[in-house]
Design a protein around this ligand. Structure first.
Ligand code: PLP
Length: 382
């Protein structure tokens, strides 16, 4: 079976992509590559054990996470609180609930990951847009606008995405420190979604928000886990990290109240196996992604732009020069280019005219995607 074939089932594809058949599925943010063999072995061994009852998470699992963080990112969590959470979305939902009141604002930096807005809206809170700016040098934060939005007393929380899905920025220490300073000044809690932390591409370095925020006094939580790095979203939990006692206590209280704490035996096996790999599988993945960026850069037809990612395995493609509106572009991608990409407007109105392509995929998939875009562009009238 092709990796990704289950999530990208034909029926789901038809529903999402205009009834299109034979489309290349590159919309879900997952590695469409064979997984790290150590993790597959750990899962197979766990399955063979024949005991699927309650299991206590060993201390070594969190130790493995922090040892990985130390090795890959030079980040030491000895002084921090680390709590298991079923998903990034769960952590964000709980923090919105506990640190904002109904009607209050949560700041986002669109175009941004699709789950944030519904989490805010379903909690009866308001989305406050601090839109990213596309400059000659790539996407930049609008810090003046952030300061203005943060200074509104009703805007109590910010969701920061670092590295940023979908635009692929790996925010610099200076950018993150500015966010920390602004949010500290206005008492805005920062929830740093760092689920793509391990995916900084060669030449770029992930900075934990925690490190950039040091000394600013901002209240923060950072969300981590192996789900994106190792393609384990169907198995693994995530982690909520903070140095703030009220955030740690609030999350633990809610987690216990809602009984979010029961372990899954495969999750325990996979999480520890992931963080005890020697990193060579991930290095290979990052090289493959970097090579695919080059393929796109050299192969996309004139008029289709690439915002080169600094991190994540997501390419943000610019179709604006084709002059199509949102429904037209979505239909053209699916029906003419035969590509199941995430149309940019899914990430907010700022994404109109763009589309996101997952490029953690074999070379031949990306070559095929480039060829399909080329043919579809050439078929366009005039
Ligand atoms: C930035 C970001 N956060 C969170 C998630 C999903 O996390 P979860 O499924 O644990 O809520 C994704 C998935 O693609 C993502 O890209």
């Amino acid at each position: 079976m092709t990796p990704g074939a289950i999530a990208a089932s034909p029926e789901r594809m038809r529903r999402l992509f205009d009834g299109a058949e034979d489309v290349l599925p590159l919309w879900i943010a997952e590695p469409y590559l064979g997984l790290a063999p150590e993790i597959e072995t750990a899962l197979q061994e766990r399955a063979a054990a024949g005991w699927y009852g309650y299991e206590v998470r060993p201390e070594t699992a969190l130790g493995a996470f922090w040892s990985w963080m130390g090795t890959r990112h030079g980040w030491d969590g000895a002084e921090l609180s680390t709590t298991v959470s079923p998903s990034v979305g769960t952590s964000i939902g709980v923090l919105i609930d506990r640190f904002t009141e109904p009607g209050q604002g949560v700041i986002l930096q669109p175009p941004v990951f699709t789950d944030f807005k519904p989490l805010i809206n379903r909690a009866g809170r308001t989305v406050v847009r601090n839109a990213l700016q596309l400059t000659e040098a790539g996407y930049r934060m609008d810090l003046d606008d952030l300061a203005a939005k943060a200074s509104v007393p009703e805007n109590r929380l910010m969701i920061l995405c670092n590295p940023h899905n979908p635009v692929g920025r790996v925010w610099s220490t200076e950018e993150l420190s500015s966010v920390a300073r602004i949010c500290a000044e206005h008492d805005v809690v920062v929830v740093a979604d760092e689920i793509h932390a391990d995916l900084a591409l060669p030449g770029f370095r992930f900075t934990p928000f925690a490190r950039a925020a040091g000394g600013s006094g901002v209240a923060w939580a950072a969300l981590h886990g192996p789900i994106k790095t190792f393609g384990l979203a169907g198995v693994c939990d995530t982690l909520l990290i903070t140095d703030n006692t009220s955030i740690a206590d609030a999350f633990r209280t809610e987690s216990s109240r809602l009984h979010l704490t029961r372990n899954n035996v495969f999750n325990i096996a996979a999480l520890e196996a992931a963080y005890t790999t020697d990193g060579s599988w991930l290095d290979g993945l990052l090289e493959q992604v970097a090579a695919n960026v080059t393929l796109l850069r050299n192969g996309l037809p004139d008029g289709i732009g690439l915002i080169p990612p600094e991190g994540t395995y997501l390419a943000w493609l610019d179709f604006r020069r084709l002059g199509m509106d949102v429904p037209e572009l979505a239909a053209w991608l699916a029906s003419s280019a035969k590509l199941a990409l995430s149309p940019g407007h899914w990430f907010g109105r700022e994404g109109a005219g763009f589309a996101r392509m997952t490029i953690a995929a074999p070379t031949r998939w990306i070559e095929e995607a480039v060829a399909r875009v080329g043919r579809a562009v050439r078929r366009r009238p005039g």
